[in-house]
Design a protein around this ligand. Structure first.
Ligand SMILES: *[C@@H]1O[C@H](CO)[C@@H](O)[C@H](O)[C@H]1NC(C)=O
Ligand SMILES: *[C@@H]1O[C@H](CO)[C@@H](O)[C@H](O)[C@H]1NC(C)=O
Ligand SMILES: *[C@@H]1O[C@H](CO)[C@@H](O)[C@H](O)[C@H]1NC(C)=O
Length: 384
C-alpha cells in the first residue's frame, strides 16, 4: 500500500466517523426523519435498511432505483433525508446512508431506529386489573421504567406494568421512560389512564307507602368501555327486575310482568341507570342492587336499601282517611272538628246556666223589695 493510498484510507475513515450515528426511539404509528449527515443535495445517495437497499438516487440525472427493503412502501426521500411514516416494529434496525459532501468525499451515516409499542390511552373499571405495555423493538439494552400518577418520584422497572386492583388514584397520566445503556433518558411517552366508576347510589332511601321512589344509580362520567349488560335485582329474592340489553344501543328491558310498577327511560343509556318504582308497597322494602357489566366481564355494583314508611293499611280505607289537608291527615281534622263542637256545646250550656242563675237571683231580689212595706217594723208601730 503506497503512502497516498494510506492517506486516502485514513481520510475516508475520518469522513465516515464524522457522518455520525444516532439512536432514534419512535412510537409505533408515528413518522421519523433520518438525516444523511453532511451529504450534499443533488449528489448520489443510497439508503439501506439492514442489508437491503431501500432506494438510491443518481444526483446528476435524478434517476432513482427502488430496492427490495420492506420499509420501501413507507419511505420517501426528501433531499438526502429519509422519511418513514406509519412506523411498525419491523421498521426497527440499522439504517445507513451513503452520500457525498460538497467536496465530493463519500460520507456514510448510520442510525439505529427503535420502535416503541406502548399502550395508547387506557380505560379500566374500578378494582379490575390494568396492564400497561411499553415494548421496544430494536434495542435490547434500553431500560424501561414506568411512573404512575400516584407518585411521580417512584419508578417501576419493566416493559409491562400491572395494577391488580385499579383505584381512582390510578387515573391520570402514566409515563413510560426509556433510558439508553448509558442511563440517559432517550424517550418519554405519556399514557392517559381513565378509571370507570364507582357506580353511585344512595345507601338508604325512605319512601311513603303508595308513593313513588326513584332508585338512583349513576356513573360520574360516560364510559368508553362497552357496557354489555347489567340491571336491577332484589338481593333477597335473587331475581332480576330490570335488565340492561345492548342491541344497537344500551337500553332497559323489563324482566317480569308483575314488576310493571317500574318505569324507566326508553332512550339510550349512558350514565343514568336510575329507575322509578311507583305505588311502593310494604313488601317492596329491602335491598336493591344496580349492576353494570363490561365487555371484559368486569362489573360495577351499587347497593340501595329501600325503606317503606307508614302502616300497612288497605288501600280503600287509606285513600280517604290518609289524605293530607294543609299538612294534616284527614282523621286529625275530624278529631279537631269534634273537639271544637264539644267545646262550643259546653260553652253554650255554661252560658245558659249562668244567665238562668242571674235571672233567678234578680227575681228573688225583686220579690224581696216588693215585700218591704210589710216588714215587722211597720206592723209593730201601727199596733201599739
Ligand atoms: C413515592 O415514592 C418514593 C420512592 O419510592 C417514596 O420514598 C415516597 O414515600 C413515595 N411517596 C408517597 C406519597 O407514596
Ligand atoms: C342466586 O343467583 C346466582 C346466579 O344467578 C346463583 O348462582 C345462586 O345459586 C342464586 N342463589 C339463590 C339463593 O338462589
Ligand atoms: C335519572 O333518571 C331518572 C329515572 O329516569 C330520572 O328520574 C332522573 O331525573 C334522572 N336524573 C338525572 C340527573 O338526569
Amino acid at each position: 500500500m503506497s503512502m497516498t493510498q494510506t492517506c486516502l484510507w485514513i481520510s475516508l475513515a475520518l469522513c465516515i466517523a464524522t457522518g455520525g450515528s444516532e439512536m432514534f426511539y419512535e412510537k409505533r404509528g408515528e413518522t421519523v426523519i433520518l438525516n444523511c449527515g453532511d451529504a450534499a443535495a443533488n449528489r448520489d445517495v443510497e439508503w439501506k435498511h439492514k442489508d437491503s437497499l431501500i432506494m438510491s438516487v443518481t444526483g446528476k440525472t435524478g434517476r432513482s432505483i427502488r430496492g427490495s427493503a420492506s420499509v420501501l412502501s413507507k419511505s420517501k426521500l426528501n433531499q438526502q433525508n429519509l422519511h418513514i411514516t406509519s412506523l411498525e416494529p419491523d421498521c426497527a434496525g440499522l439504517y445507513s446512508c451513503t452520500g457525498y459532501n460538497s467536496e465530493g468525499s463519500k460520507i456514510i451515516t448510520q442510525h439505529t431506529l427503535s420502535i416503541v409499542s406502548v399502550t395508547e390511552s387506557a380505560e379500566a373499571v374500578l378494582q379490575s386489573t390494568l396492564t400497561l405495555k411499553c415494548d421496544i423493538t430494536g434495542d435490547s439494552t434500553a431500560q424501561v421504567q414506568w411512573q404512575s400518577p400516584k407518585n411521580h418520584s417512584k419508578f417501576e422497572t419493566g416493559k409491562e406494568i400491572t395494577v391488580k386492583s385499579v383505584s381512582l388514584k390510578d387515573a391520570g397520566e402514566w409515563v413510560c421512560q426509556i433510558k439508553g445503556e448509558d442511563g440517559k433518558e432517550r424517550k418519554k411517552i405519556h399514557v392517559n389512564v381513565a378509571v370507570v366508576g364507582p357506580l353511585e347510589s344512595s345507601k338508604e332511601l325512605t319512601v311513603g307507602l303508595g308513593a313513588s321512589a326513584v332508585l338512583p344509580c349513576f356513573l360520574s362520567r360516560p364510559s368508553r368501555l362497552r357496557i354489555v349488560g347489567g340491571g336491577w335485582t332484589r338481593d333477597s329474592l335473587n331475581n332480576s327486575l330490570l335488565t340492561l340489553a345492548r342491541e344497537k344501543d344500551l337500553h332497559w328491558t323489563i324482566t317480569k310482568d308483575k314488576m310493571s310498577r317500574f318505569t324507566f327511560p326508553t332512550h339510550q343509556l349512558s350514565t343514568n341507570f336510575s329507575v322509578k318504582l311507583t305505588n311502593v308497597q310494604s313488601a317492596d322494602a329491602g335491598v336493591y342492587v344496580c349492576t353494570l357489566m363490561f365487555e371484559g366481564k368486569e362489573k360495577l355494583k351499587a347497593n340501595l336499601r329501600l325503606k317503606v314508611e307508614g302502616e300497612a293499611v288497605s288501600r280503600s280505607s287509606k285513600t280517604f282517611w290518609e289524605i293530607s289537608v294543609l299538612g294534616l291527615k284527614l282523621y286529625a281534622w275530624v278529631a279537631i272538628a269534634a273537639g271544637s263542637v264539644i267545646l262550643i256545646i259546653l260553652f253554650v250550656v255554661i252560658m245558659f246556666f249562668y244567665r238562668r242563675n242571674k235571672r233567678m237571683r234578680r227575681k228573688v231580689r225583686k220579690l224581696k223589695s216588693m215585700r218591704e212595706p210589710l216588714t215587722s217594723r211597720n206592723y209593730c208601730q201601727c199596733n201599739r
